[in-house]
Ligand binder design. Structure first.
Ligand code: FAD
Length: 500
């Protein structure tokens, strides 16, 4: 059967995929597109994660789309509200009908002679194979494996008599009221789950190997809410969004320039929260500098309140083994537990493990260079969304979608069929992310490299990206354009034409 053809195929109907579809509708209205979504629902992360208290850890004025004001009172929002926001956006912009649910894309093959991608997807539980073709492929499939989270092999885990749960696969029937809970981990998920479970559990222990920076912010942004009452929604949203972008950049810059000062300030805030008798040195003083790993944000000091009230405690130690009744620690201490939550992280995955083939050859993306943080050297007509590590994901997702629309429109106007980033000179390489978190370090080998200079450098900087992606030249001498008539030639030949 002839595969169904679209100008653009978007893979993934999460925050990024739905946003990208809205951008396409708006900026490239003549283009046909569909969204292929592996699951039965849209929303991605915000539909998948169901653990108690699931919420954002950045503010919704920057995690929301540039084009759709966030209208709820809470700036740090709960998962269901974010999911609702994504679904509402899809409905409002009429892109919900373009989603093909239960279509998990497994392979994408580019053909230069045909000037198109052929995608293979598995449909439904039977995994029936379906093929689609498209001129441009936009991967919005997130950054981690949907098959399951990361959990180390804990010795003795099979002997534990209670339940072990991972936050990525939260069992809907888990009743933890009155139970003793141990949460393993110290990241964003652990600091979210602990105060929430502490509301009804008999006890909650956050067991961490080493501490993380934890910063409290008000869940509701009083300035933002006041402004929203006085100004039209879009204007207020724009002002608050920019204020939060700039404040976020300022704090990040301060942390990189004066790490000791910022470290002291954060630790001091924790001391004020927990009082002079609490061992802040052991439990809340990381060995690394702020922003070497992502900071953990807690709304309205909820974690600190749970600790102060005695409903939750933090233990900093190493696991010796699981026992039938809980966890034995290297220090000799034991933690009794009925439920163990392994908040041990995600498994990072590039392009959801998609097999990418270019003109019959498997594309080795781990050896490629990232172009503008979204395309891959020598891979034509493919872009992917990857958000910031030091700011909200959607800031970059919006810019990426905007850039792709610009590129598609440009190619249309000039009659080009193909755009490929080409490494024409030696470029000094660096790891894709400059982050020391375990889940990043474990996966970096599978990710592309970045270069040390534009356009190969992945700037974790919204302002720089804004200028480069919204206003920067498309024919920058690196992106090689070729018309359909060149399609039957080898991919490297058309470079000369690009300059023409
Ligand atoms: C618990 C949690 C909290 C977070 N909080 C924040 C926060 O506060 N701020 C922030 O900036 N970031 C946060 N993040 C990062 C977060 O993932 C992004 O903000 C954002 O939701 C990513 O959206 P996305 O659409 O790019 O990816 P996802 O939400 O991961 O959606 C990807 C979609 O693609 C689909 N898909 C994947 N592979 C395929 C395939 N091969 N074929 C078809 N479909 C496929 C998936 O089913 C999914 O629907 C958080 C992440 C987690 C896990």
């Amino acid at each position: 059967m002839t595969p169904e053809h679209f100008d653009v195929l978007i893979v993934g109907a999460g925050l990024s995929g739905v946003g990208a579809a809205c951008h396409l509708r708006q900026a490239s209205p003549t283009k046909s597109f569909a969204i292929l979504e592996g699951r039965a629902a849209m929303g991605g992360t915000w539909d998948l994660f169901r653990y108690p208290g699931v919420r954002s850890d950045s503010d919704m004025y920057t995690l929301g789309y540039a084009f759709k004001p966030w209208r709820e009172a809470k700036a740090i929002a709960d998962g269901p509200s974010i999911l609702n926001y994504v679904c509402e956006t899809a409905r409002d912009h009429g892109v919900d009908g373009a989603i093909r649910f239960n279509h998990k894309v497994t392979r994408a093959e580019w053909s230069t002679p045909e000037g198109r991608w052929t995608l293979e997807a598995e449909v439904g539980p039977q995994k029936a194979k379906v093929r689609f073709t498209c001129a441009f492929l936009l991967m919005c499939c997130g950054y981690y494996s949907y098959a399951g989270g990361y959990s180390p092999d804990f010795p003795g885990a099979e002997t534990f008599k209670g339940r072990i749960v991972h936050p990525q696969a939260w069992p809907s029937d888990l009743d933890y009221a009155g139970k003793r809970v141990v949460v393993i981990g110290s990241g964003a998920t652990a600091v979210t789950i602990v105060p929430e479970m502490a509301k009804t559990a008999a006890s909650v222990t956050m067991l961490q190997r080493s501490p993380t920076y934890v910063v409290s912010r008000p869940a509701e942004d009083a300035f933002a809410n006041a402004l929203r009452r006085r100004l039209p929604a879009k204007l207020a949203y724009g002002i608050i969004r920019w204020r939060n972008v700039l404040l976020g950049m300022f704090f990040y810059r301060m942390a990189r320039r004066k790490p000791e000062k910022v470290k002291a300030q954060i630790i001091d805030m924790v001391r004020q929260e927990l009082g002079p008798d609490y061992d802040v040195e052991t439990h809340f003083t990381p060995r690394y500098n702020p922003w070497d790993q992502r900071l953990c944000l807690v709304p309205d000091s909820d974690l600190f309140c749970a600790i102060k009230s005695g409903a939750a405690q933090v233990v900093t130690d190493h696991i010796e083994r699981f026992t039938p009744g809980g966890i034995a620690l290297k220090s000799g201490q034991t933690l009794d537990a009925d439920v163990i939550v392994t908040a041990t992280g995600l498994k990072l995955e590039l392009l959801s493990g998609l097999k990418v083939v270019v003109d019959g050859e498997p594309a080795e993306l781990s050896k490629s260079l990232s172009y503008k943080g979204m395309m891959y050297s020598d891979v034509p007509n493919l872009a992917s969304v990857f958000g910031y590590t030091n700011a909200s994901w959607t800031l970059k997702a919006d810019l990426t979608a905007e850039f792709v629309c610009r590129l598609i429109n440009y190619m249309d106007r000039r009659g080009f069929a193909c755009a490929t980033p080409r490494r024409r000179e030696t470029v000094e390489e660096a790891p894709w992310l400059d982050f020391s978190s375990g889940y990043v370090v474990r996966a970096l080998g599978e990710f592309p490299k970045q270069g040390v200079k534009h356009p190969w450098k992945v700037y974790q900087n919204y302002l720089l990206d804004l200028f480069a992606l919204r206003y920067g030249r498309l024919d920058d001498g690196v992106l090689e354009f070729s018309p359909p008539s060149m399609a039957s030639q080898t991919p490297r030949e058309p470079q000369r034409l690009a300059a023409a």
